[in-house]
Design a protein around this ligand. Structure first.
Ligand code: A2P
Length: 341
């Protein structure tokens, strides 16, 4: 059933998972974008109750998340894992709040819009209390694919990812730091956050393996891209790899179209697209790289060129900060789009 409650102009916001890598970034984004919150509540597990997290020049005291936490809340930004989202969904919507969920718990549910505001903000019209934030790798790819989809019908997308440690949470980022130091010091390394050592390595497994030999991360990129772009027949194939980068994901993307696409037209469409920045000057060795883009909000595209291995093809490289556009920023942008709606 469609949601019939109006989001106030100055909503009460809860951040669920406020001590985590994404939750902390959500607080930062709310502050930096001057989100019109009348109050912000920081929630995490009982382990963190009483801890303090920085917000708006001061600190918020973290509260243990219980079903009662959502009374009086208008919008709850969740990044505390899929099982926690499932556990608290009814408490959130029952309290009259909209849940914006960063986990994979509800993304493919038919009554849950999966939204990247630059691409499909119109889907917010039919939510029924839960809006899902897509997978980080999917978000930055569709921000770049969206403007290109207007040039000619898309037939097939091939993507290879180079994903940062941040996608696996704060503990994984700490592990990359610690292992890098440990490796240089010749210490014995014991992988915990990842299946293998991440320092000075690449791991071609993100999330669990499925029966067809792909990983769940790769499957998410396929089905989420189709849902967000309203292209159920789009052929998508993904290969997802974890690399020893702290917080920006990179992707090599090849797109095949049904009809000719002019390179200048593609460049113009990307230049005009909200949330996209072209950094593309091969002569000047200028292209997006994780090391230069930490903490940024846009989705950066470079190495744009024809893919001559197919009849109508384009290839490009896309980088975005996983914690910002890939998670916290996109969630806050969804909340912004809901205000007053
Ligand atoms: P806590 O720090 O108390 O464990 P990350 O993705 O960086 O690992 O962060 C996960 C976030 O989700 C943390 O803020 C963590 O809180 C929170 N979290 C995990 N499990 C629960 C839970 N059962 N209830 C509330 N918050 C949770």
């Amino acid at each position: 059933m469609a949601w019939d409650r109006r989001m106030p102009e100055r909503p009460v916001v809860a951040v669920a998972g406020a001590t985590g890598a994404v939750g902390r970034e959500m607080l930062k984004v709310l502050e930096q974008r001057a989100f019109p919150a009348s109050r912000v509540v920081a929630l995490a597990s009982s382990r963190s109750a009483g801890k303090r997290v920085p917000f708006a020049g001061g600190e918020l005291v973290v509260e243990e998340m219980t079903p009662a936490s959502f009374e009086g809340v208008d919008v709850a930004l969740f990044s505390a894992g899929a099982s926690t989202s499932k556990q608290f969904r009814d408490a959130v919507t029952g309290a009259g709040a909209v849940m914006i969920d960063n986990s994979s718990a509800f993304r493919m549910d038919e009554d849950v819009p999966l939204v990247v505001p630059e691409v499909n903000a119109e889907d917010l019209a039919w939510h029924s209390g839960v809006v899902a934030n897509p997978n980080c790798s999917t978000i930055q790819m569709v921000v770049a694919l969206g403007p290109l989809a207007g040039l000619a019908p898309m037939k097939r997308v091939v993507v290879s990812t180079y994903q940062a440690a941040s996608g696996a949470g704060q503990a994984a980022m700490d592990e990359l730091y610690d292992q890098t130091r440990g490796f240089l010091e010749g210490r014995e390394l014991v992988p915990q956050a990842f299946a293998h050592r991440i320092a000075f390595n690449c791991i071609p497994q993100i999330d669990v393996f499925l029966d067809d030999g792909s990983t769940k991360e790769e499957w998410k990129m396929v089905v989420e891209t189709r849902k967000i772009m309203h292209l159920p027949g789009l052929a998508v194939t993904a290969n997802c790899v974890r690399v020893p980068v702290l917080r920006c994901h990179s992707e090599a993307v090849n797109v095949e179209f049904e009809a000719p696409v002019d390179l200048a037209g593609a460049r113009a469409a990307l230049e005009a697209a909200p949330g996209v920045r072209l950094l593309d000057d091969p002569a000047g060795k200028l292209y997006p790289m994780p090391a230069m883009l930490e903490g940024t909000d846009d989705t950066y595209v470079g190495r744009l060129r024809a893919d001559v291995s197919v009849e109508h093809g384009l290839a490009f490289w896309v980088v975005a900060d996983q914690l910002r556009k890939g998670a916290a920023l996109n969630a806050v942008q969804i909340a912004e789009a809901l205000v007053g709606r």
